[in-house]
Design a protein around this ligand. Sequence first.
Ligand code: PMP
Length: 396
Amino acid sequence: MCISSHQPINCIEKACMLRPLEAPFRYLFGPGPSNVPPRVLAAGGRPIIGHMHSEMFGIMNDIKKGIQYAFQTSNNMTLAMSGSGHTAMECAVFNIVEPGESVLVAINGIWGERVAEIAERMGAKVHTLVKAPGGHFTNAEIEQALAKHKPVLFFLTHGESSSGLVHPVDGVGDICHKYNCLLLVDSVASLGAAPLLMDQQNIDILYTGSQKALNAPPGTAPISFSERACHKMFNRKTKPVSYLLDMTHLSNYWGNDGKPQRIYHHTGPVSGFFALRESLAILAETGLENSWKHHTEVAEYLWKGLEDLGLKLFIKDKDLRLPSVTTIAIPEGYNWKELLAYIMKHHQIEFTGGLGPSVGMVLRIGLMGYNCNKANAAMALAALEDALKQCRKSKA
Ligand code: PMP
């Protein structure tokens, strides 16, 4: 090949790449990602090893134990997805449900909407139980819908981060099993912040994300399947629509299928797994009960401070408030986008607005894991107080 006849032409693009990477420091007090502690960042910065090296398999085995502790489960089929929370959502639905089967989805915010769409795309018959953001479902309502639609899977969001609600889970697993249905629970925003006990609460499939209370970088997602769930997903007539998310392969990659050899399936995010292992180690050192208690104490301090500022919390019932993500009804007379932009510009703090059906209804403050302390809550309150003073005049 003649090099001189192959001149690169994209000089503008190249000039852009000659500038150094810029990633400013921000206080991530939104619903995630959360700031990552130096110890977890350092773990992610360790030299890469091969994704199929024996040391890596050892680290993956540790991650599995860490997830079993965090989820309070003895499920063998426990692993971390190479991907964000959505990857775990899709993995659960794609592996459990076959096209044409019936699925029931509780929608009280954006996450139910997402799962309903994922299930619809893979050809499931989707039924929904719907409440406005902030609403929750009684066990009697759930039972009625299960009896009517006879789904193979029921989806419930434990920590509804778009509305700030923590949904009761007690008894739901038993009701599902009465109707021969599996219970899928999303704990992306609640794991480590609010009590959830996978085995005791009879949850069949539970997943979370790395970037919330676990404080690892985004991009890995713990998931676990009960024996019941394994029986359904490994006895299907059709193959799951996704090769990448097929649990037959993933269970081998994670050494969960009892086979003597692990065979290449995909290249896992090695640095992401290092960081995830470290974040699970921190949770184990802290202890789940301490972590739940700490999140509740800091959240209560924040809630009191917000009420002292004259603000209204979106979730009225204290027991249904998600400790990791607090939702505030948008104060009357204010433009919520202006408030958020002011706080970002003058305090380098990220809060966010609503998401999906809660857009225009709420402001969201998340204090999770490493970020969860009273000093940060005080900083968040001071920034909000300042914004409420400074932004008032800008409202038409
Ligand atoms: N479920 C809940 C409750 C969440 O809060 C999020 C992330 N905000 C997700 C699922 C999706 O996770 P990810 O953005 O990591 O895909």
